[in-house]
Write a protein that binds this ligand. Structure first.
Ligand SMILES: [Zn+2]
Ligand SMILES: [Zn+2]
Length: 256
């Protein structure tokens, strides 16, 4: 039986994706200053948002899977050290699992699983919660199946794992907005390793490349990163010139 605090965390996991989507939607609609640096100078069709909202009914599946793990007796370690190590293990595994399962979803026999998310070529704040039921199922089986297996030899902490899910749902929400939030100097520092909203926008508009979740590491290693990402980021963020159409490319300074 879950404790009141565990129930609260599960409810947050079940709803935070929707809460964030509504916040970004309001920010965009009321033209908050943070939305000034648009990535694509294009309008999102109303029917896209309706479809995304319909698909978002599957989002609480993350909380359902976490609840099942708790009910089955996993993730019972209560120490602070286990909270930190569990969050770290979950973060590293999520990068690996997301990258490879995402690349597998782009293979012809498996693409039907991922198709619903890719119907959105231009991201809206609701794209982040628009997935097929099967995609969420596979994602959670891979995430929590692996972590449950680790838990049998190295006891993990529920709040460390659930904390990653909350962070993921918040970050993934603004990773699907049509405006860049990161600073213009971002690529000189953390942006060398961490992705951005522009990064994932390219995956949707061009349909391939930039498969990584939170980091660029695996895309760089396996040469799947779009090579004009950095000049494009500078154009959006520093020059404040949004892209005019979905297939537009930006020349890199060295002519690549
Ligand atoms: Zn994809
Ligand atoms: Zn996406």
């Amino acid at each position: 039986m879950a404790t009141p605090l565990e129930w609260t965390v599960l409810i947050v996991v079940a709803t935070i994706g929707h809460v964030m989507a509504v916040i970004w939607h309001c920010a965009d609609r009321h033209q908050w200053k943070m939305c000034e640096r648009r990535i694509y100078d294009l309008e999102i069709p109303d029917k896209q948002v309706k479809r995304e909202l319909k698909n978002s009914i599957h989002t609480p599946i993350h909380a359902a899977f976490l609840g099942l793990c708790l009910a089955a007796g996993f993730f019972e370690n209560k120490t602070i050290a286990s909270f930190v190590t569990s969050a770290l293990i979950t973060t590293v595994w999520a990068e690996i699992w997301h990258y490879w399962s995402h690349r597998a979803f782009h293979l012809k026999p498996l693409h039907w699983i991922h198709l619903e998310h890719h119907k959105s070529h231009l991201n809206s704040p609701f794209t982040a919660i628009s997935f097929s039921f099967t995609e969420k199922l596979v994602f959670n089986f891979g995430m929590l199946g692996f972590l449950a297996a680790v838990d049998t030899v190295f006891s993990l902490n529920f709040y460390g794992v659930a904390g990653w899910y909350i962070g993921y749902l918040i970050i993934n929400s603004f990773s699907h907005a049509n405006f860049e939030l990161k600073s213009k100097d971002y690529l000189k520092w953390t942006g060398r390793i961490i992705t951005s909203t522009t990064y994932h926008s390219l995956h949707h508009s061009r349909y391939t490349g930039n498969y990584g979740l939170g980091t660029r590491f695996l895309d760089k290693l396996f040469k799947t990163e779009w090579e004009d990402y950095e000049p494009l980021y500078d154009r959006v963020s520093t020059d404040r010139q949004p892209l005019k159409h979905l297939r537009e490319r930006v020349e890199s300074p060295d002519g690549r």
